[in-house]
Ligand binder design. Structure first.
Ligand code: ADP
Ligand code: MG
Length: 262
């Protein structure tokens, strides 16, 4: 039994009244959300509802204009903080070191072996020796079930294997929180399970995770909390059973009816 930090514990990620604009288009509207250390939050919602934008703000791939966002104890710089003289740059780097992200497209370096893909960041960013970095990489490859694939190039692996390498690469930076943006959406259906298994194990290990997924059965199983978003706003948040079985909001009901129909 895993004991999770309760809501009153220190938040790993804390949004307070966050607004985010692309030009004049508002992509996040007054988002308030606190993710506790060790908590697994799954974001659901229609395409364009702001799920990617929300999690990309957590590692500063996008910046917000107003409200506050605290990640791992650091206050995320706003768009304006980064505009003039880059006074927020240093904080941004500090935050990024502690936040891992896995995308739909695996983004592995095609001309580097699996081992090199994983060992690179610990060497460059954490200043580990090659030897140390390779020991770390090997341990992580074994953890994602790919200990025997270290010397291969990504192109020789299946999509599911590549995504597991991408997860191992993120873990090599010893992140405090992991973000997943539709990690299984580009995979053939028979390869989805092996990636979800790795994520289940991360949860068991107590990793704080924010996951965007369309895998509703998986969401129900692993989430401590499910967040339904629409038009840039959090419409409803709750325990998986509450959201899936007794959604309170009409929009949540309509969305779930549509995605769970088949
Ligand atoms: P989701 O991940 O839920 O599909 P996104 O966060 O990707 O939603 O997008 C939310 C909204 O913001 C969409 O209307 C999208 O078109 C818009 N958007 C996303 N990224 C950009 C961008 N770089 N520039 C302008 N608009 C964007
Ligand atoms: Mg998206």
């Amino acid at each position: 039994m895993i004991v999770r930090a309760d809501e009153s514990g220190p938040a790993m990620v804390g949004f307070a009244n966050v607004d985010k604009f692309y030009g004049s288009f508002q992509a996040l509207c007054d988002v308030t959300l606190s993710v506790a250390s060790g908590e697994v939050v799954v974001l659901i919602g229609a395409s364009g509802s702001g799920k990617s934008t929300l999690i990309r703000c957590v590692n500063g791939l996008e910046t917000h204009q107003s409200g506050s966002l605290v990640v791992d104890g650091f206050s995320m710089p706003t768009t304006k903080d980064l505009e003039f003289g880059g006074r927020g740059e240093k904080t941004l780097h500090q935050i990024r070191r502690g936040v891992g992200m896995v995308f739909q497209q695996f983004n592995l370096f095609p001309h580097k072996t699996v081992m090199e893909n994983i060992a690179l960041a610990p060497m460059r960013v954490r200043r580990k020796s090659r030897e140390e970095a390779e020991v770390i990489a090997m341990r992580l490859l074994e953890r994602v079930g790919l200990g025997d694939q270290a010397q291969k190039y990504p192109g020789k692996l299946s999509g599911g294997q590549q995504q597991r390498v991408a997860i191992a690469r993120s873990l090599a930076m010893e992140p405090h929180v992991m973000l997943f943006d539709e990690p299984t959406s580009a995979l053939d259906p028979e390869l989805v399970g092996e990636v979800l298994d790795v994520m289940r194990e991360l949860r068991t290990d107590g990793m704080t995770m924010m996951i965007v997924t369309h895998e509703m059965a998986f969401a129900r199983e692993v989430a401590d909390r499910v967040i339904y978003m629409d038009k840039g706003a959090i419409v409803e948040a709750g325990l998986p059973a509450q959201i899936f079985d007794e959604p309170k909001n009409e929009r949540t009901r309509t969305f779930l009816h549509r995605v769970l129909k088949h």
